[in-house]
Design a protein around this ligand. Structure first.
Ligand SMILES: Cc1cc2nc3c(=O)[nH]c(=O)nc-3n(C[C@H](O)[C@H](O)[C@H](O)COP(=O)(O)OP(=O)(O)OC[C@H]3O[C@@H](n4cnc5c(N)ncnc54)[C@H](O)[C@@H]3O)c2cc1C
Ligand SMILES: NC(=O)c1ccc[n+]([C@@H]2O[C@H](COP(=O)([O-])OP(=O)(O)OC[C@H]3O[C@@H](n4cnc5c(N)ncnc54)[C@H](OP(=O)(O)O)[C@@H]3O)[C@@H](O)[C@H]2O)c1
Length: 532
């Protein structure tokens, strides 16, 4: 039998010491614990600083994968400097909504030039919670000694300060119109939205995104005011409560600070529940469904004071959309292609903030606050002769409409191939007239379509790519740049996998070689993604 040998008992307090047997045993245990090599030792100032700075980091970011859960990402970042663990906490989409990419946002927090820990929209509450914990580590760490390997100084986004070039300095633009892109019995509601930029003088390059500040729904705001038992004219922060709720604060999802506020205002089991929710627990299995209104309904006996209530909410964040027009083709105008987010939880209809604002809460002629978010690594090739392959199902077609408009306006001679897909050919073929006309004119060299719900079996853009893999490979061999836009979680990965398979099959390479080939395309800027 394999018996575990107990560890040797450590005798630190000699038997001659003036203690009783019980006291001696307790003290031996206490000092053994302190001296144990297994126990996490307190860090020296130098070690502490090294954790925060670059020491022990190889610069790689194996967690930089938007499909990986946060627990796996944090595991991969274990033992890395704090700023690298902060990066692993981000959603890894490099989507730009925070105003940085994932790496620069974490560098900015670690370098203390950015104090906001809640800017990662796709990471949501789990990223914000992790950043809060890591930031506490940062606050408690010993200061870096002079001359040590200090973290690289982080420059705020270069456009910061310039009007209309960052989320921190938006400008007013005019909403012109909306047009529904789906027809008949479509399950989708996608809008072509147009803005007039002539008043604010903003310009942009195809590939850039457009940031918009939306207003909350008035009906929801008034229900919340009623739940608070307040008047909509109550003054908060120098405005009326209604104005603040409409323009300044997010009403979904409920932040931890709101649960904390509820816990301060109540007692007993209810207080425990609110406390648990504030700590990220899910006592009733409904945490994911709790927006601000649902919290007021769940804790209906609690009526926070409007000021405290507003203080507990998060600021309203802007939303980004890929620009679907070209400044070269239509100067002073800008368009977006927006899928409307609506869903029902329990009996209540929930509205995506910005998409429904653009779909129904803004009228032609109204102004809204906007900014252009410069694309980093998503742009047409500098050489207009280079062929491009664009893969954009659903709203992913947006920047490719812009690319095509731009190539037509500038007379770029390069070949253009678009893979577009959506649910049903009959009702979800966005911009079909335009795309068919571009094809007839010869500007759009190839248009490959994939309808996921026309047949019995799902058929996606990557299935169409595999069917024409030989030609895809020929275009790649001719130096084509490849672009993917749309869903980050599943589509982008699946399309990349299809590309690897095509390169392996038609480029006569092993899978590993094909993966390296795609890696090389990425390094050379020949494979670019704009995913969300
Ligand atoms: C660089 C970039 C480019 C983008 N380009 C486009 C584009 O061209 N077109 C486009 O349409 N979008 C685009 N997006 C997405 C866009 O920014 C918004 O995220 C999207 O419009 C939703 O915002 P919203 O304010 O309407 O919804 P929100 O108020 O943000 O609500 C969305 C949230 O609601 C929840 N939710 C949604 N559906 C359900 C459901 N069925 N059940 C439960 N919860 C649910 C999810 O938590 C989801 O995150 C882009 C994003 C980025 C970062
Ligand atoms: N944050 C948000 O709330 C929000 C809002 C809007 C968009 N988005 C994101 O943006 C994406 C784009 O939305 P969208 O309305 O433009 O279109 P979409 O819902 O992504 O659908 C576009 C087409 O892609 C298909 N598709 C589904 N899974 C796929 C996969 N793994 N590979 C390739 N194609 C796949 C869909 O087919 P089936 O549906 O038939 O499977 C459909 O035909 C969404 O998927 C979502 O992730 C998020």
């Amino acid at each position: 039998m394999n018996q575990m040998t107990p560890p040797p008992k450590l005798e630190i307090i000699p038997s001659s010491a003036p203690f009783s047997e019980a006291q001696r045993s307790w003290l031996n245990g206490f000092f053994a614990g302190l001296l144990s090599t297994d126990a996490p030792a307190a860090l020296s100032a130098e070690q502490g600083a090294a954790v925060l700075q670059g020491d022990g980091d190889d610069g790689e970011a194996p967690w930089h994968d938007q499909t990986m859960p946060i627990t796996d990402r944090m595991k991969l970042a274990e033992g890395r400097p704090l700023r690298r663990r902060m990066m692993a906490a981000m959603a890894q989409q490099d989507c730009g909504q925070c105003g940085y990419n994932c790496n620069d946002y974490s560098e900015a927090i670690a370098g203390k030039s950015e104090a906001r820990l809640n800017l990662c929209v796709p990471g949501g509450k789990e990223t914000a919670r992790m950043l809060k914990a890591l930031n506490e580590e940062l606050e408690n760490a010993p200061p870096a000694s002079p001359g040590s390997n200090a973290p690289p100084a982080v420059t705020a986004p270069i456009t910061l300060g310039e009007p209309g070039r960052s989320r921190d300095n938006p400008v007013p633009a005019k909403f012109i119109s909306r047009r529904l892109l789906n027809k008949g019995k479509s399950e989708k509601e996608t809008w072509h939205i147009e803005f007039d930029l002539s008043g604010c003088g903003l310009d942009y390059v195809v590939g850039d995104s457009f940031g918009i500040f939306a207003r909350n729904d008035l009906g929801l705001v008034d229900q919340i005011i009623a739940m608070l038992g307040a008047s909509h004219t109550t003054e908060v922060r120098g405005k009326t409560l209604r104005e603040v709720l409409l323009d300044d604060v997010s009403l979904a999802p409920a932040p931890d600070s709101l649960f904390e506020l509820v816990s301060y205002l109540t007692g007993g089991a209810v207080r425990e529940k609110a406390r648990a929710l504030a700590q990220g627990e899910d006592p009733d299995g409904d945490a994911a469904t709790l927006d601000v209104m649902a919290v007021l309904q769940k804790f209906s006996n609690v009526r926070p004071h409007p000021e405290a209530f507003i203080e507990a909410l998060e600021p309203l964040q802007p939303r980004l959309y890929s620009i679907s027009s070209s400044h070269n083709a239509t100067p002073g105008k800008l368009s977006l292609t927006v899928d409307c987010v609506r869903y029902v939880i329990g009996k209540r209809k929930r509205l995506g903030l910005a998409s429904t604002f653009l779909a129904e809460r803004i009228n032609p002629g109204d102004e809204l606050k906007v900014y252009v978010q410069k694309a980093h690594g998503f742009a047409l090739p500098e050489d207009p002769k280079i062929p491009i392959i664009m893969i954009g199902p659903g709203t992913g077609v947006a920047p490719f409409r812009a690319f095509l408009m731009d190539r037509r306006a500038t007379g770029a001679p390069g070949k253009n191939w678009l893979f577009f897909g959506h649910q049903r050919s009959e009702c979800d073929f966005f911009y079909s007239d335009e795309l068919n006309a571009l094809k007839t004119s010869g500007l759009l060299t190839r248009l490959s379509l994939a309808w996921s719900r026309d047949g019995d079996k799902k058929f996606y853009v990557q299935d169409r790519m595999r069917e024409v893999g030989r030609e895809v490979w020929t275009w790649l061999a001719e130096g084509a740049h490849v672009y993917v836009c749309g869903d980050a979680k599943r589509m982008a990965k699946d399309v990349e996998r299809a590309l690897v398979d095509i390169i392996a099959q038609f480029g006569a390479r092993s899978t590993d070689e094909a993966i390296s080939f795609v890696g090389e395309l990425k390094r050379k800027g020949r494979f670019q993604q704009d995913v969300y």
